[in-house]
Design a protein around this ligand. Structure first.
Ligand code: HEM
Length: 424
């Protein structure tokens, strides 16, 4: 894929192929004009000549870096997550797919259309880009790729010896009611953005590029982030109405990220250094039952109060919790690092509502996403504890599950997702 539209002049100029890029179309769309590659640096230059934080501008999040974006970066409000089965048996075709995906992701996250764009090309061929994101801002789109355990199976792509020890299949937890059709996957792509159309466009175009090499196994749309990586921002609320993400690993806390989220080189394998591991769980929340539960019981179940979000017996949201003031079955008490040998993870989940279930109940819940250095020391022990004892279990059920190794970031234009895994 050739980039036809980089540089500060491109907002006004047509691309090399004579077609405006998605970003140049954006440029004429209104006051929030994003000019050139400067947007990728974290601030968007506006026509007025000022600069505003990427947070507010719907700007571009840098694609290249030591770590993949979409983990420690600020959490935008919309998600489209897709798990893929690799349908080709040809290793070279899989490698080419990852290169093609990387090139497309580098463009889409910066607000460009895929390849030569959505219109103006050969009338006889389908356009490179599907077009529905034309005129939209980059919207802090991040695309994060992962590799599932099944990709490393013997007899597939010769990767069985490269499988990280930490990429274990999750055990069956008490109460799990997992739907195989909503679980697993050889590959995953997490698309987060301020604008749902931008996230959906990204997954759709990656699926389209992958035609004949991968097929979508399952996907999940999410809205209303339930955790944030920016502790100074207002804590979002989940569908039970409680603040969620109060006590989370902050995306700005380097020491915590290094200790609990990024894989250090010493953990091995070498290709996973600076990567992470992702657990995805589709958790159905029985909204109607919860809504008939008294406020006192709701607060006892969580271990925090509903209004302020303060831990039981404390006044303010960010007061340190006194775990013994909570019921032994309270969710916060059971999930707290002090109850789990210090285990921590970076939660980054979203609420979902997929209509109703045929019995008049909302098919709604939490699409739980958590990044960690090693699932064996984080999600697995914490979820074991929760699955056995959490009072919340009366109101929730885990119905989908997947785990992925998240490789490190793409360093520059010559690099691609998974290069370390497939090289040497
Ligand atoms: C639908 C399911 C769930 C709901 C509604 C829920 C809700 C909450 C709420 C309201 C809090 C308190 C605010 C906060 O600090 O974020 C919390 C904390 C937490 N939850 Fe969950 N949660 C759910 C599932 C899970 C799962 C599956 C895990 C991990 C296995 C988990 C791990 C945690 C952790 C680690 C904390 C922070 C505890 C602390 O350090 O104080 N949660 N959750």
């Amino acid at each position: 894929m050739t980039d036809t539209s980089d540089g500060p002049a491109d907002a006004a100029a047509p691309s090399r192929a004579g077609r405006p890029s998605r970003r140049s179309v954006i440029g004429w769309g209104g006051a929030g004009l994003v000019l050139g590659a400067g947007a990728a640096g974290g601030t968007a230059m506006t026509l007025a000549g000022g600069s505003e934080p990427a947070e507010e501008a719907g700007a571009a999040v840098p694609f290249h870096g030591e770590h993949q974006a979409g983990i420690a970066t600020a959490v935008p409000d919309r998600l489209h997550f897709a798990a893929f089965d690799v349908t080709t048996r040809d290793r070279a075709a899989l490698v080419q797919l990852l290169k093609d995906w990387t090139a497309a992701a580098a463009r889409m996250t910066q607000g460009h259309a895929v390849g030569d764009g959505a219109f103006g090309g050969l009338p006889e061929a389908p356009p490179d880009d599907t077009g529905e994101a034309l005129g939209l801002k980059p919207s802090r789109l991040t695309l994060t790729v992962g590799f599932g355990p099944s990709l490393f199976a013997a007899g597939r792509f010769g990767l069985e010896r490269r499988r990280p020890g930490a990429l274990v299949e999750l055990p069956k937890f008490p109460g799990d009611n997992l739907d195989a059709a909503r679980s697993g996957g050889d590959l995953c792509v997490q698309a987060c953005a301020d604008d749902p159309q931008v996230a959906v466009h990204a997954i759709r175009n990656l699926a389209r590029i992958g035609f004949g090499r991968v097929a979508v196994r399952w996907s999940q749309l999410g809205f209303g982030k339930t955790s944030s990586t920016t502790p100074d921002a207002q804590t979002p609320r989940n569908l039970f109405g409680f603040k969620d993400g109060t006590s989370n690993v902050s995306g700005a806390d380097r020491a915590m990220l290094e200790r609990h989220v990024w894989v250090p080189p010493a953990d091995g394998p070498a290709w996973m250094a600076e990567g992470s591991y992702l657990v995805a769980r589709r958790i159905r929340m029985h909204i109607e039952t919860w809504d008939r539960t008294s406020l006192r019981e709701q607060e006892d179940v969580i271990g925090r109060d509903k209004g302020e979000g303060a831990p039981a017996g404390k006044a303010r949201e960010h007061d340190a919790p006194f775990l013994k003031a909570m019921l032994p079955t309270a969710h916060v008490r059971l999930s707290h690092p002090d109850s789990n040998g210090g285990a921590r993870m970076l939660r980054r989940g979203y609420s979902f509502t997929d209509g109703t279930d045929g019995l008049g109940r909302l098919d709604a819940g939490l699409f739980f996403l958590a990044y960690q250095r090693d699932v064996r020391d984080a999600f697995i022990p914490v979820q074991r504890n929760l699955a056995r004892n959490d009072a919340l279990n009366e109101y929730i059920q885990h119905v989908g599950s997947a785990v992925f190794a998240i490789p490190p970031g793409v360093l520059d234009e010559d690099d691609w997702w998974g290069r370390g895994l497939f090289s040497s």
